[in-house]
Design a protein around this ligand. Structure first.
Ligand code: CO
Length: 141
């Protein structure tokens, strides 16, 4: 299926930080009725991730592997809730270069490996109007 919009981008997922993945899943699967796609440990990001299908995009529930991880610190500072949105891109390196040339503050100057083996990088909320933004280039693109 072709997700191309005018910009060639699409919403890949919305990520929510949770203290307890099993409790959060009970809400999203049972109360909301969203199908679970799978659970995966992403060591590089320090999280256990549950992916849920919601139409043409996903919700990801992020449970930190330890309090010292970025999501662990987020929970300690802000509590559970919306953590980031992720935009799918075709060429993450060129998108990062473009953002950097526009003076945007990048958390990751070079891509890291995220859930599903995608190349990912985060843009600082200070450059996006307060929303932590993830860019993702899927593994097979
Ligand atoms: Co994400």
């Amino acid at each position: 299926m072709d997700h191309n919009s005018l910009s060639g981008h699409a919403l890949d997922h919305i990520a929510i930080a949770v203290q307890n993945l099993d409790e959060a899943l009970a809400f999203y699967k049972t109360a909301l009725g969203l199908p679970e796609i799978g659970i995966e440990v992403v060591a590089e990001q320090g999280v256990r991730v549950a992916k849920l299908d919601i139409g043409n995009t996903h919700i990801e529930l992020l449970e930190p592997l330890s309090p010292e991880t970025p999501v662990g610190k987020f929970l300690a500072n802000k509590g559970p809730g919306l953590h980031h949105i992720c935009v799918k891109v075709d060429d993450i390196n060129s998108e990062l270069a473009k953002l950097k040339s526009q003076g945007m503050r990048l958390i990751d100057e070079t891509p890291k490996i995220g859930a599903g083996g995608a190349k990912i990088a985060f843009v600082h909320p200070k450059s996006t109007g307060g929303v932590l933004l993830e860019l993702s280039q899927p593994q097979n693109s």
